[in-house]
Design a protein around this ligand. Structure first.
Ligand SMILES: [Zn+2]
Length: 454
């Protein structure tokens, strides 16, 4: 199936050459493989679950086409496979015994393990998706846990991606819902980029912007149908997720797909939120992003009520902390090893002194109210986002993800510190409004004190 949007995005993608989305496209796996890798041998990489769902069919199609094949590499189905570096080493060891091109059959974890193991063996690879569960299929880099610390390790995206809708519509409903939440998070991510662009921190590339933000509302418009297994809604979802990855390739940055809602998710992830004591799978990336999006949209509502064209810049700058004070605040807010050092580093990298802050706030005053109008046009209300996520079957509040209100409230302050990326959290900090706005959200009658499932 020819997809014009995907083809446009592929022109600027650095690693991925072909993306095939459609019902029954698994049948063309050998054709797609041959386009990228000629007559090289192939090795299917799966776990017992994904091998049963699609890996076996992929293997048989390649075999029927006369492709030279290595015996499939299949991870155990139980316990749930983790994106742990030890699994990367295991796969890498097997790959070094031959020169076959890996064909990963799975979703986030399998794709990330295969992505990194292939890279470490100096090999390209392709992936056949089994769930529309996150936007990492076509993203460069793999989210891998190494020595207990989750990190994004640099490695190229797959050469080719096959997304068979007949398989995706039958994926576990939680996985599809997770992908939906990851895609819907691009609403607040886009708003954050608008701020960073207006304040001349990180300019928007209009072409890259349009790849994700252009069709975003169309892709996310039908959560209830998606939940019911509707094929077109599933196609919209996987297209959006794949486009987000291609936009990241074109930008050589995750900026087009990730803003402050992802900082909420990253913080919770690094602190092990949702990792049960009984070996149950952790709370998905998308589910954390979805709750983060609601939280950020609610913050935006408070922020957008302010008039930034009449700030008392001198008073704000007088109260502005020094570098040393910022470091102290970060130390007081974090204790997880690895995360703490990272947060100090990121916070100091984006630190501006009082003079630089004066200039930035003057710029903000100049760009307001136009920036406020762009943000209002870009955003959805927190209520609207919550309704969409609920319809898709996603968690919608702190209680759903095992957090109390005080911890959830603290996330607004702590998430700002873990990444240098400029977002609405930084805008709120630098205008001296974060505490006030967050307090409003949790005060009687505020968004989170009246929220269902809070
Ligand atoms: Zn994401």
């Amino acid at each position: 199936m020819d997809n014009e949007r995907i083809n446009t995005a592929l022109r600027d993608a650095t690693d991925t050459r072909s993306v095939i989305i459609g019902a029954g496209v698994i049948a063309s796996v050998d054709h797609v493989f041959a386009q990228s890798f000629g007559d090289q041998p192939a090795v299917v990489v799966a776990d017992e679950n994904t091998f049963a769902v699609a890996g076996k069919a992929v293997y048989q199609r390649l075999q029927a086409a006369g492709r030279k094949l290595i015996e499939p590499f299949v991870f155990p189905g139980q316990p749930t496979l983790y994106a742990d570096y030890r699994n990367v080493l295991k796969l890498g060891e097997a790959l070094r015994a031959h020169d076959a091109i890996p064909v990963a059959v799975g979703s986030g974890t399998l794709n990330d393990i295969t992505k990194l193991a292939s890279y470490e063996c100096g090999r390209q690879y392709m992936v056949a998706a089994t769930a529309a569960s996150m936007d990492g299929y076509t993203a460069f880099g793999a989210a891998i846990t190494r020595e207990g610390y989750k990190q994004t390790m640099t490695c190229p995206a797959p050469r080719a991606v096959l997304a068979d809708l007949d398989i995706l519509v039958h994926a576990p409903p939680k996985m599809t819902a997770s992908g939906y939440a990851d895609l819907l998070g691009k609403v607040t991510a886009g708003a954050d980029w608008l701020i960073a662009d207006a304040l001349e921190v990180e300019p928007i590339d209009p072409h890259v912007w349009s790849l994700v933000q252009g069709p975003l509302r169309e892709w996310t418009a039908r959560p209830a149908e998606l939940r019911a297994g509707d094929q077109q809604a599933t196609e919209h979802l996987i297209e959006g997720l794949i486009m987000a990855g291609l936009a990241m390739q074109a930008a050589a940055s995750s900026r087009p797909a990730s803003g402050s809602e992802h900082q909420f998710s990253h913080l919770w992830e690094m602190e092990g939120l949702g990792h049960g004591d009984h070996g149950e799978p952790p709370l998905s990336h998308g589910f954390k992003v979805g709750v983060g999006s609601i939280a950020i949209a609610a913050l935006y509502e408070r922020v957008l009520m302010r008039d930034f064209s009449s700030l008392d810049i001198q008073a704000i700058c007088r109260a502005w902390p020094t570098r040393a004070e910022v470091e102290q605040m970060v130390r007081a807010a974090h204790s997880t090893p690895g995360l703490l050092e990272n947060a100090i580093n990121e916070s100091l990298i984006k630190y501006v002194d009082a003079d630089q802050l004066t200039q930035r706030l003057a710029l903000l005053g100049d760009r307001w109210p136009a920036l406020g109008e762009w943000l209002a046009a870009q955003l959805m209300t927190a209520d609207h986002l919550r309704g969409l996520l609920r319809a898709a079957g996603c968690p919608i509040g702190p209680a759903d993800i095992g957090l109390g209100l005080p911890e959830f409230k603290a996330t607004y302050h702590r998430a700002q510190q873990i990444r240098r990326r400029y977002t609405v959290l930084d805008l709120a900090v630098q205008t001296g409004l974060l505490t006030e706005c967050v307090d409003e959200l949790f005060a009687p009658g505020g968004f989170w004190s009246t929220a269902p499932h809070a």
